[in-house]
Write a protein of this length. Structure first.
Length: 285
């Protein structure tokens, strides 16, 4: 993307574990309240907003609702790309990545590189999870390691090869999950080494996933899962600026933001700055 005015499609998914407006599901609406649209417009972006609203006969069914959300996200991302708009997904859960990657794949014809910034690996499967948290399986789904019957129903979805997944900032993994990551072929790297790793893969397109708990707790607390040892603001902005200038970012996501843990809006304002910077270049350098 160049620095000229761009079309931005904000795709809001205000759900956490299949339930609307609870915990991290409150994050997308809060980002609108603190001015994400206005910030993008001040940077001369043309902004459209869509709320993903699954219509199911069985409310509260986490698995069914989550995969219906992914299907709707895939359709919206593909539609945005058809209008040459830059999709920014604001989601309670990380597993919307399946839908985003599916939409990009449908548009480009092949899966993008998945650049995954998160405190957590999200690489559990139903056989390794000890919590049963579907969102802790998001990257495993992307890699085709679980829930294949359900991901196959998401239009455009093709598993991303492990060699095209780059994890940055991941530091809080379950023991079996860590073993799976280390044996998978996924690249797990420090942010200072990430660009060289991505350059070695030479992707046609990149999906940039930012779970906001990737940031160190000194920057702010994004949610109840936040842990120390994460990225600084300058770490991220420098990386994002270089990534944007060297590679095509097909879509990005800002996920897992629970405003109840961010009373002074430090993470919220950072998320707004990230969205503006990735879309327009304003404020990244």
């Amino acid at each position: 993307m160049g620095d000229r005015a761009v079309k931005v499609d904000l795709i809001a998914v205000p759900y956490d574990s299949g339930i609307r407006d609870v915990r991290m599901g409150r994050g997308p609406e809060h980002l609108f309240e603190i001015g994400i649209v206005e910030a993008l417009e001040r940077a001369h972006a043309e902004v459209s907003v869509t709320f993903i609203e699954p219509a199911l006969d069985s409310p509260g069914a986490e698995i069914a609702t989550s995969f219906e959300i992914q299907r709707l996200v895939a359709e919206r991302v593909a539609e945005a790309r058809g209008r040459r708009a830059f999709p920014i997904i604001l989601a309670g859960n990380c597993n919307t990545a399946v839908g985003t990657v599916a939409g990009l794949t449908a548009s480009a014809g092949s899966p993008p590189l998945a650049c995954w910034l998160d405190a957590h690996g999200d690489f559990n499967t139903p056989d390794t999870t000890t919590s049963g948290f579907l969102d802790g399986m998001a990257v495993a789904m992307l890699a085709g390691r679980c829930w294949n019957g359900m991901t196959a129903k998401v239009p455009g979805f093709v598993p991303v090869p492990a060699s095209q997944i780059v994890m940055i900032g991941v530091r809080d993994l379950d023991p079996l999950e860590e073993m799976s990551v280390e044996s998978s072929g996924v690249h797990r790297t420090k942010i200072g080494d990430a660009l060289s790793t991505i350059e070695s893969i030479a992707p046609k397109e990149t999906y940039l996933h930012v779970d906001l708990d990737v940031f160190d707790t000194s920057v702010g607390r994004a949610n109840s899962y936040a842990v120390s040892g994460g990225l600084t603001r300058s770490d991220f902005m420098s990386f994002a600026n270089a990534l944007r200038s060297r590679f095509t970012i097909g879509a990005c996501a800002l996920t897992a933001y629970d405003p109840a843990f961010d009373p002074d809006n430090r993470i919220g304002r950072l998320a707004v700055d990230i969205a503006r910077g990735l879309a327009t270049g304003d404020g990244l350098s």
